[in-house]
Ligand binder design. Sequence first.
Ligand SMILES: [Mn+2]
Length: 390
Amino acid sequence: MRILHTADWHIGQRLHERQRTDEHEQFLDWLLETIQAHQVELLLVSGDIFDTALPSSESTNLYYRFLYRLFSETDAYTVITAGNHDSPRHLEAPREFLEMGRIYVVGTADEPTKCVVTLPRENPQVAVAAVPFLSESDLRHLSYETEADRNERYRERFKAFYADCVSLMPVELPKILMGHLFVQGGQVGDSERNVQIGGATATHISDFPEDVSYVALGHLHRPQTIKGTDYPVRYSGSPIPLRFNETSYHKAVYLLELSDDGALVCDKEIKVPIFKELCIVAGNETSVLSDAMTGDWDGKYIQVKLKLTTPRVGISDEIRQAFANRGGEVLSVELELSETEQGPKISVEDMKRPEEIFEQFYRTKFDGEPPDEILRQTFNELVEIVEESK
Ligand SMILES: [Mn+2]
């Protein structure tokens, strides 16, 4: 059976307020072509389908249009699980309806029985444990517990859940596990929601059961295989770079072929094309401007990291214009003043008010989330104190 593993689409994601619908649309078109070209029989999507719990109608439309084409233009089965960015209940709301189109969606995982599917339905060749993101808040909080105890308890629960899934699978079928979680040893970027990484929700490679053919994971955005098992435990990564610093490596999906006895007869990385190039340009004023004027920036998104000795009003606009003249779009200018090199880097776009800069900084730091009211007030009080002391 030929299987394709992908995850972390993050449909609806914005990069510095830019909508990325075109990139997602191109990715989904490419994915459909890839599925057709390789005669894929099973598509696995391991969580974070959408970037937000309540995706826009445009994002929702893109997703369902893709599912419809998958159903009508291929014979593939599809298994989709919810990630930490998805709303488990929203994602699985059309569950029964989608099953008519050979599409299996699992959002919430109260019972292992709900996660196990054998496919194709009439003549099973593979068993899949479609395990979505298991939230830490599902664990009842015990006040006397230390964080290490809590971590242990999460690991135990996770281990038992997978073991139960495997025990529910027909012995003779090859087994695939899905998951949206952090395995210790994985390489983390900064676009994964960090509260879910490390800390209490980290699991260990040895927690995965034996007698499995492949573990298809989502959550980390860099494609990678975690060492320590005799079968691949792998993150496919996100198909489009979600941050500028995700451009130093290729984005990928994985094509697998399982023999009837569960052996991996083909295990191949397929690089996802770059639909929109993201570039980082760093340097002082002269070098950045000269790069802007000599490079080919047509259709590219650019992040500028500018080293300055003294701040200068209007420099951001000048740089934006220089890139725009050659077709590039600067999404952020990060100023780095040499004497404050130790401090946090704040992207000072256009001489904004402190509250706006704070909000912008907070959003880049915490996945687009705005700061809450209490934090806002605290920040404003701080600004007042500083103003008064001047
Ligand atoms: Mn993700």
